[in-house]
Design a protein around this ligand. Structure first.
Ligand code: NI
Length: 432
């Protein structure tokens, strides 16, 4: 199928040498899900669908590089609590009541929110992997999924059974054009040294990427220090889990030595500023990580600690918080923020063909309506994306050249059914 998006303000790379974003007017030609040209009409191109670009902005879809989709079921039911009280006192007991079907509906609710606010890809870690994969498959969004793994030497069967679940989904859904998988040792405080080595070995054997949480809270850093005499980054490095295929969420409390290790191993750090603020865990040293050459992506974390999956809000907080914390207006610029939320996420997924609008890349695209008061006047649209958007400007969303939301209407999801099912689940598990 050929799509022409005609005469539209577009977030393009500045030049062939720089993927830094700037906004220019152009027409975008898409053939079978791939961007063919952003300049001249390809020879013999005949559009099956034409989208007129007047009063609109085209940008690469946002990439939510760290979330737990089905936790949307637990939104606004465990707030204003200390991290350990939140996780062990509220969230885990509620999660124990969830079934695979519940997680399917929870994932669909999360996917609806992400599509509606301009996200076209996400990286997920949760359980009931097969049910979540079904939701992604049906919705048309793109995802890298993982089964959260916990394990320890005292009970090897626990880790083994979860690894088996991960392998089963991997086998069942292999060669899917929008879905791939990672291995996800949950965190150094839920996977002991021996189990970390097992997962590192399996990832290496299968060539899989790793998805994990690192140094999210001070308590974690203290506990790891007491157990291993080193930092969470150091123990993960020692067991072989830190490579250029590793995505580490949070990295809030890290030392200069940790930063050196992350840079040297080529780890991609996913920052989740809103979740870190809400759970009072602190502020990750993103300007320092960027300066050290560490790859950085952006994520919302789950809706139970955010409490939205709106990447525009996340982008805004990312670009603002480091200015205030470091008394430096250049700490994370609008341009850097937009790049982190798009191209940075693509790197976290291990994809060089996403996150930037250029020929040869996959057409994961979002169209924003600029005829809204908060987007006018259109003085600097890169700044507008970082500081003025709220997500409601997103009008049309396309993944791999397939339109999945048009004029804010979902084309793949029955939203009324999702709201109904989610409401029934919440009544059953007692979240209200
Ligand atoms: Ni998380």
């Amino acid at each position: 199928m050929n799509i022409l998006i005609k005469d539209i303000l577009t977030l393009l790379p500045k030049s062939e040498l720089s993927d830094d974003p700037e906004v220019k007017s152009c027409s975008v030609y898409i053939k079978d899900g791939i961007i063919e040209s952003t300049t001249t009409e390809p020879e013999g191109f005949k559009a099956d669908k034409t989208i007129s670009g007047g009063g609109k902005l085209l940008m690469p879809g946002l990439i939510n590089a760290h979330t737990h989709t089905s936790m949307s079921l637990l939104r606004n039911c465990a707030d204003d609590l200390l991290f350990n009280e939140w996780l062990f006192g509220k969230i885990i007991p509620l999660e124990d009541k969830l079934t695979g079907k519940d997680c399917y509906w929870g994932a669909l609710l999360a996917i609806m929110e992400m599509i509606k606010t301009g996200t076209t890809s996400f990286i997920d870690m949760y359980y009931f992997l097969d049910d979540i994969t079904s939701a992604v498959d049906e919705s048309g969004i793109r995802a890298v999924l993982s089964r959260g793994l916990i394990g320890n030497a005292d009970d090897p069967s626990l880790g083994e059974s979860r690894l088996r679940e991960a392998f089963e989904a991997l086998d069942k859904w292999k060669n899917h054009d929008r879905i791939s998988f990672m291995l996800a040792p949950h965190a150094p405080y839920t996977c002991d040294e021996g189990f970390q080595r097992v997962v590192a070995g399996e990832a290496k054997r299968l060539g899989l990427r790793i998805n994990t949480h690192i140094s999210e809270s001070l308590t974690e850093v203290e506990n790891i220090k007491n157990t291993y005499g080193c930092s969470p980054v150091e123990i993960l490095d020692k067991t072989g889990l830190l490579t250029d295929k590793t995505v580490g969420a949070h990295c809030v409390h890290i030392s200069d030595n940790d930063i050196e290790i992350l840079a040297d191993r080529g780890v991609c750090v996913v920052t989740n500023p809103v979740s870190n603020l809400k759970l009072a865990n602190g502020i990750a040293p993103i300007p320092k990580l960027l300066k050290a050459g560490v790859k950085v992506a952006l994520g919302t974390d789950g809706a139970s600690s955010n409490n939205t999956l709106n990447m525009f809000r996340e982008l805004s907080i990312l670009a603002l918080i480091h200015k205030g914390a470091g008394h430096d207006p250049l700490a994370v610029t609008a341009c850097e923020g937009v790049s982190i939320a798009t191209k940075g996420g693509a790197a976290a997924m291990g994809r060089s063909d996403l996150g930037v609008i250029k020929p040869g890349n996959v057409a994961d695209l979002v169209i924003l309506n600029l005829d809204t008061p908060n987007m006018q006047p259109c003085n600097n649209l890169v700044s507008a994306l970082a500081y003025s958007t709220n997500g409601s400007e997103v009008e049309t969303v396309m993944v791999g050249g397939r339109v999945i939301m048009e004029n804010r209407e979902f084309l793949t999801i029955d939203s009324e059914r999702v709201y109904h099912e989610v409401s029934m689940i919440c009544e059953r598990i007692g979240t209200r």
